[in-house]
Design a protein around this ligand. Structure first.
Ligand SMILES: *Cc1c(COP(=O)(O)O)cnc(C)c1O
Length: 380
């Protein structure tokens, strides 16, 4: 008998569940011929703005552009510094450098993996223009503290919500509480399209206009360019797909929370087997969308090998901090103590997480984790 296996993310079963809705929406775009800037773009922007509680939304070509465009629109560039976390996907730091500014890295909170707000003020200088917190793994950063610091020092805040679309923070939603926020619709993100995509959120009318112009080559009107811009539009077809997916997104978030609770409960006591073992910590007042369900443990490589033998794939998000990446080490050296970020880079591991996971699949994962933690401790 072959070992049953579980995918890391099952996008195909999600498609099957939404097939008729998605197919008919795609067909409508194909028939319309409005492949760029079609009516689905505005429809999606209005729905996403309403869903997050933001005044404005702008659909863009990727999560990376969703961070770069606000930086450009806010006039952040050479000579400026932007404070961000040391522990994220590289696009966070990359966009700061692409805008021409310098990323200033701050360590993370050991429990949430988000930027440690107690260490931000030390990193502020006369050159600091903005703070770019990342709401990692689906949980919103400590925005109340970050917004208070930004207000005190007259800084912008750009929330990287690539992993936290729809996440709750007190009574608000990720993306609605800062100067601007950028999310990603990369297929594996909580809300994903079928290619690259992203969106920007803001409550600021002027900033929205500037970002809209930058999205379209900096044009105020056709063939009249008052700003430096990019080609940052999101295809109409991707917007049509997202409109279908948005219809059951809140249900998906509940499913993800259900699976996460099941995992949390099943893993109680594993810290007695491995003292470094921990399940994800969600702060009270936060509602995670579980972009990742991420554990920490001691013998990661061995654990990962055992999990694979049990038919369960795992992924490390992320094996290196951003300032330790070769290009950044050389070009944007980090002065800060980033001990917690480095510890996380060496100990985190994410389990499969997707809304259509069956109870059997969840059980296969649970059994594999329990056995793999024990085996990997025993063998070392
Ligand atoms: C995925 C991701 C991005 C970039 O999004 P793309 O759509 O891939 O460009 C940025 N920041 C974080 C934290 C991400 O996870």
């Amino acid at each position: 008998m072959s070992t049953p296996s579980v995918p890391f993310i099952d996008l195909k079963s999600q498609y099957v569940a939404l097939k008729s809705n998605i197919d008919s929406r795609i067909q409508k775009v194909l028939d319309s011929g409005a492949y760029i800037n079609g009516p689905e773009v505005t429809e999606l922007e209005q729905k996403l703005a309403a869903h997050t509680g933001s005044k404005h939304c702008l659909a863009v070509s990727s999560g990376t552009d969703a961070l770069l465009i606000p930086l450009m629109a806010l006039g952040i560039g050479p000579g400026d510094e932007v404070i961000t976390t040391a522990f994220s996907f590289i696009a966070t730091a990359e966009t700061i450098v692409l805008a021409g500014a310098k990323p200033v890295f701050v360590d993370i909170d050991k429990k949430t993996f988000n930027i440690d707000t107690t260490k931000i003020e030390k990193a502020i200088t006369a050159k600091t223009k903005a703070i770019m917190p990342v709401s990692l793994y689906g949980q919103v950063s400590d925005l109340e503290e970050i917004n208070a610091l930004a207000k005190k020092h007259n800084l912008f805040v750009i929330e990287d919500t690539a992993q936290s679309y729809g996440a709750g923070y007190k009574n608000k939603k990720s993306g609605s509480m800062t100067t601007a926020a950028g999310t990603s619709f990369y297929p594996a993100k909580p809300l994903g399209c079928y290619g690259d995509g992203g969106a920007i959120f803001t409550n600021d009318d002027k900033l929205q206009i500037a970002m809209k112009e930058i999205r379209e080559h900096g044009s105020e009107k056709r063939y009249f360019h008052t700003r430096l811009g990019v080609n940052g539009r999101l295809d109409t077809i991707q917007c049509a797909i997202l409109l279908a997916k948005l219809e059951r997104y809140d249900w998906e978030v509940e499913q993800r929370n259900h699976i996460a609770s099941k995992f949390n409960e099943a893993f109680i006591g594993l810290d007695k087997v491995d003292s470094q073992f921990s399940t994800p910590f969600v702060k009270s007042g936060n509602k995670s969308v579980w972009a990742q369900y991420t554990l920490t443990l001691t013998h990661r490589e061995n654990f990962q090998k055992k999990m694979q033998e049990f038919g369960v794939p795992t992924t490390v998000h992320y094996p290196m901090t951003m300032p330790d990446q070769p290009w950044y080490k050389e070009n944007t050296p980090c002065q800060a103590d980033i001990t917690q970020s480095r510890w996380a880079a060496n100990h985190v591991i994410s389990l499969p997480m997707f809304p259509d996971m069956t109870e059997q699949q969840a059980q296969i994962i649970i059994d594999a984790v329990k056995k793999s933690v024990e085996l990997s401790m025993k063998e070392s």
